[in-house]
Design a protein around this ligand. Sequence first.
Ligand SMILES: Nc1ncnc2c1ncn2[C@@H]1O[C@H](COP(=O)(O)O)[C@@H](O)[C@H]1O
Length: 184
Amino acid sequence: MGSFSVTVFCGSSPGAEATYGQAAQALGAGLGQRGMNLVFGGGNVGLMGVTAGAALEAGSHVTGIIPDFLRKREVEFHGLSELIVTDSMHTRKRRLFALANAFVVMPGGLGTYDETFEILTWKQLGQHAKPIILVDILGWAQPFVAMIEQTIARGFARESVRDLFEVVADVPAVLARLEELRGD
Ligand SMILES: Nc1ncnc2c1ncn2[C@@H]1O[C@H](COP(=O)(O)O)[C@@H](O)[C@H]1O
């Protein structure tokens, strides 16, 4: 089985419900148990830190990618398999993109939306065909889906943009999908 890397976008905050943290923990552990690599933003904060800690503990190779100016603010995660320090957010995003076989989007804030829209728009422009999977923990992805639907309804996006991403209900579903994508 070849190496398979999953770039996870998620919040630098823990979220208002314990369920978000539990899901992040389950995702990290599930990646590790399956021998999948985790690529993430490199911070030991919020859901990002929980996912990375759980993945490391379960044996994943975990790569963090963090811009120099954020190393303090996002509390750089010490003890990762690999930490890549970039000169800018743009370089970080390019590396997060380049290392991924697939993207998983967990609940998060504006940074998570930004990262998600960037890879969606790159896919829309034919720059890549990597899978993008949103995990709908506590209905988190529903407003996102509603915005896409409204955008289509108002004539600002083609119906085919629905095919740019997938939404799954929970962490077991995303792990099963990742196994499928890896070809298990
Ligand atoms: N504008 C941004 N572009 C890319 N990444 C960003 C941006 N703003 C924040 N981020 C990063 O995204 C994650 C998650 O942030 P949340 O706002 O908590 O979702 C974090 O690493 C930010 O540095």
